[in-house]
Design a binder for this molecule. Structure first.
Ligand code: MLT
Length: 392
């Protein structure tokens, strides 16, 4: 028996597990300290009332033999896929419900989608970015080429035709930098992908934070995207489903490679390896896309965006360089006094009792940078910012 030796090429543990361990150790040694967590992007608000009542109703249905649901469609119930088509229609994107796949979140699908691609494909990944893209490809042993994100290109790398890639990851609004691609920039990526017969894996998990009407909230708002892009989205940050788990992936039927439909391959993969998201959760997710549900979740999003403004305002007063915080729940800052990401992590933890995420955890270009999230409750965000202002 041999293990998959590609795992030996991974870091010891996943970024957010390493941070959680470090923070737990510190808390253990300093139980009296009041830590403020602006690290992992976990939400503060509970599920909104419309979602809760839809789920309660679904729970009752499950207790009645007339309305009970056993195995559902692996791809997700039609009622939820149709609700998502309605959501896309409002963005002027026309999708068929067969192009939508319900999942337990974007993270799982971003990793699982690799099942349908050859292991010899070359992968192009921004640096810095959400570590799941790198780790899942390292596990499979694929060749990775990195594209540099830096202050000079506003952390939004653009295509370089001297690089030949088969699979391209884009995340917009970006985790961790908060940078958002414009329609024109995404257009350049689509052109590159079509010319290279490559596929774009577009992570739009944070699209609901985009308030600037000129910025795209789906890659399909740009001409040609259905021929080359798969879009991953999640209700985790949109509707507080981090603990409830529900997301969706769009695989357009126009997306073909070597005369094969990627939609069909993904359906084949899902029907074999996945038994679907629970009925109760899907009913809750459906409620997010009703007028009332959407109004309620938007109130929470606006609150988080206001937190981001408070953090941004404080960093500006402290003269700390940052990006993000607008159209995104993440604020990406330059570590003060030339500190490394992990040294600043330690300083924030031990001196200010604030938990953040070291930029180096998102790739080598994240060294010297740091990520704060806007998902905390207002009192905690204010308290954390006061600590930074007082102790400078
Ligand atoms: C993050 O903090 O980057 C995210 O919460 C992680 C995730 O969505 O898996």
């Amino acid at each position: 028996m041999n293990i998959n030796s590609n795992y030996l090429n991974l870091k010891d543990s996943y970024l957010f597990s390493s941070i959680a361990k470090k923070v737990a150790e510190y808390k253990n040694e300093n139980p009296e300290k009041e830590l403020i967590r602006l690290g992992i992007g976990d939400v503060t608000f509970p599920l909104v009332p419309t979602v809760i009542s839809a789920m309660q109703n679904a729970v009752s249905q499950m207790g009645n033999s007339e309305t009970f649901h056993g195995y559902g469609e692996e791809q997700g119930y039609a009622f939820l896929r149709q609700a998502i088509c309605g959501y896309y229609a409002k963005k002027s994107v026309s999708l068929r419900d067969t192009e939508i796949f319900i999942s337990d979140g974007a993270k799982s699908d971003l990793g699982n989608i690799l099942d349908i691609f050859d292991v010899n494909n070359t992968v192009l990944i921004p640096n810095p970015v959400y570590p799941v893209y790198v780790d899942t490809n390292v596990m499979a042993g694929r060749k990775i080429i990195y594209m540099d994100g830096n202050p000079e290109n506003s952390f939004l790398p653009l295509p370089d035709y001297s690089v030949k890639a088969d699979i391209i990851y884009l995340c917009s609004p970006n985790n961790p930098t908060g940078a958002v691609y414009t329609k024109e920039q995404l257009g350049l990526w689509i052109e590159y992908a079509i010319k290279n017969e490559a596929v774009i894996l577009f992570d739009s998990a944070y699209e609901v934070f985009i308030t600037d009407k000129n910025l795209p909230t789906s890659i399909y708002q740009i001409e040609g995207a259905k021929k080359c892009a798969i879009e991953f989205c999640s209700l985790s940050k949109t509707a507080g489903f981090t603990g409830t788990r529900c997301g969706y992936t769009v695989v357009p039927s126009e997306l073909m490679q070597n005369n094969l439909s990627l939609n069909k391959l993904w359906l084949r993969r899902q029907t074999t390896k996945f038994n679907g998201v629970p009925y109760i959760i899907q009913r809750g997710a459906e409620a997010v896309f009703t007028d009332e549900g959407y109004k309620q979740i938007k109130e929470n999003i606006d609150y988080y965006l206001e937190n981001a403004k408070i953090i941004a305002y404080t960093l500006t007063s402290l003269g700390i360089w940052f990006t993000g915080g607008q159209n995104s729940p993440y604020i990406w800052l330059k570590c003060p006094n030339g500190l490394s990401s992990w040294d600043y992590f330690d300083e924030l933890l031990t001196k200010y009792n604030i938990v953040g995420t070291p930029g180096a955890g998102f790739g080598s270009n994240g060294e010297g940078f740091f990520r704060l999230t806007a998902f905390g409750n207002r009192d905690n965000v204010n308290k954390a910012m006061k600590r930074l202002l007082q102790q400078q």
